[in-house]
Design a protein around this ligand. Structure first.
Ligand SMILES: [Ca+2]
Ligand SMILES: [Ca+2]
Ligand SMILES: [Ca+2]
Length: 327
C-alpha cells in the first residue's frame, strides 16, 4: 500500500514538473524545509504556549506577551519569541510607563538622583543610560545583567538605568520584537490577523555613548517567512531583504528561522568579529512620533545624537543581540 502511495505521489510530482509547475507545500508556500540550505534551524506553524502572558496593564491596554516553544525537524526545541529574564532579573526604572501611571512630560520631571546604581566596578565611573525599545530589552554591562524592560510588549515605555563601571567596558543588549502569534512572528494589527510587527532600539549614556551604526547587531530569530528561498547569508549577515513584510489573514503556516545564541555572547571577551554592524533606522521608520514614552524624552534620544538601530530587517528579525565596546 505504502509503495503504491509513494508511486502515486512521485507520479503526481512528475506530472506537475512536466507541466512546468513546482509542487507546493500544504501551506501554499513555494518552498519546503528540505530545500533550505542556510545555517538556521527552521520551524513551521504556531508554537506551543508555555506562558500565556508575562504582563498585565493595571491602567489601560496591553498586548498579550506570551512565551512559547516549538521544535524543528531535528527535534531541537526553540523558545519564542526568545529566552528572556523578564520574571527574574532586576527591572529598569521607568522614565515613562502608563500602566504604572508614570507619565512625566520631560526628563526635568525625573528624580535622577534616586535611581539605583548597579555596581560593576566599585571605583568606576557612574553612568546613566536612557533607553527606548520596541518592544523589550535586556541590558548587560561587562557581562552582568543590569536591568530588563518593565513592559515586554505594549504599551510603549522608556527606561532609565545607572551603573558604575571602568572603561573600557562592553554594552550588550538583547532586544525582542514581541509577537502575539507565538512562533509566527506576527500580531493582529492593521486589519490583518497576521501582521508582522517591527522592532527598534535607541539609547544614550551620560558618558557620551549613543546607539548607531558602529554598534554590532546579529539576528537569532526571523519570522514570518512564507518562502524560504528569500533567506540568504552574506559575510555573517543573516539576510531576509527579499522576504515579504506584508500582513495576511492566512499566516498560520509561516516558517521561522532560528539560530542558537552563544552562551557567552554578553561577555567582554566574546569574539563578535563575525557579527554585522547595526543598521540605522529613522524615527519615521520606527514610528515614534505619536509615542510620548519616546517624544517626551527625545533630547535623551535623537537629541543626544543617538540613532535607532536593529539588524538588517527591523520587521522580520525578532530577536537581535547588540554589542558595543566603550573605549
Ligand atoms: Ca518595552
Ligand atoms: Ca517582527
Ligand atoms: Ca514591535
Amino acid at each position: 500500500m505504502l509503495s503504491n502511495k509513494n508511486q502515486i505521489i512521485t507520479l503526481a510530482s512528475l506530472i506537475l514538473l512536466t507541466a512546468g509547475c513546482t509542487p507546493t507545500t500544504e501551506s501554499g508556500s513555494s518552498s519546503r524545509i528540505s530545500d533550505y540550505r542556510g545555517s538556521a534551524s527552521i520551524t513551521q506553524g504556531l508554537a506551543k504556549t508555555l506562558e500565556s502572558n508575562l504582563f498585565t496593564c493595571e491602567n489601560g491596554r496591553s498586548r498579550v506577551a506570551g512565551v512559547g516553544e516549538i521544535a524543528d525537524s531535528q527535534g531541537k526545541v526553540w523558545t519564542v519569541p526568545a529566552d528572556n529574564h523578564f520574571t527574574t532579573a532586576p527591572k529598569a526604572v521607568d522614565l515613562y510607563e502608563e500602566c504604572a501611571n508614570i507619565t512625566p512630560q520631560s526628563i526635568a520631571d525625573i528624580d535622577q538622583a534616586s535611581i539605583p546604581v548597579a555596581v560593576i566596578d566599585a571605583d568606576g565611573e557612574e553612568i546613566t543610560g536612557y533607553i527606548f525599545a520596541d518592544n523589550y530589552f535586556e541590558l548587560y554591562i561587562n557581562g552582568t545583567l543590569v536591568a530588563v524592560d518593565t513592559v515586554p510588549f505594549t504599551p510603549f515605555n522608556s527606561s532609565i538605568v545607572k551603573f558604575k563601571v571602568s572603561k573600557p567596558y562592553t554594552i550588550a543588549v538583547k532586544v525582542i520584537d514581541w509577537e502575539e502569534n507565538l512562533g509566527l512572528g506576527t500580531e493582529d494589527n492593521r486589519g490583518k490577523a497576521y501582521h508582522p510587527g517591527d522592532g527598534g532600539f535607541i539609547a544614550s549614556f551620560s558618558d557620551g555613548t549613543v546607539t548607531g551604526s558602529d554598534w554590532q547587531a546579529q539576528t537569532f530569530y526571523t519570522s514570518p517567512i512564507y518562502d524560504l528561498t528569500c533567506l540568504s547569508e552574506v559575510d555573517g549577515q543573516r539576510l531576509s531583504e527579499t522576504c515579504t513584510t506584508e500582513g495576511t489573514d492566512d499566516g498560520g503556516n509561516a516558517y521561522a528561522a532560528h539560530w542558537q545564541t552563544p552562551n557567552n555572547w554578553m561577555n567582554p571577551d566574546f569574539d563578535s568579529t563575525s557579527w554585522p554592524q547595526a543598521s540605522q533606522y529613522s524615527e519615521d521608520e520606527i514610528g515614534v512620533n505619536n509615542k510620548k514614552s519616546y517624544m517626551n524624552f527625545i533630547d535623551k534620544f535623537s537629541g543626544a545624537g543617538a540613532s535607532f538601530i536593529w539588524s538588517t530587517n527591523v520587521v522580520l528579525d525578532n530577536e537581535v543581540l547588540l554589542r558595543y565596546e566603550v573605549k
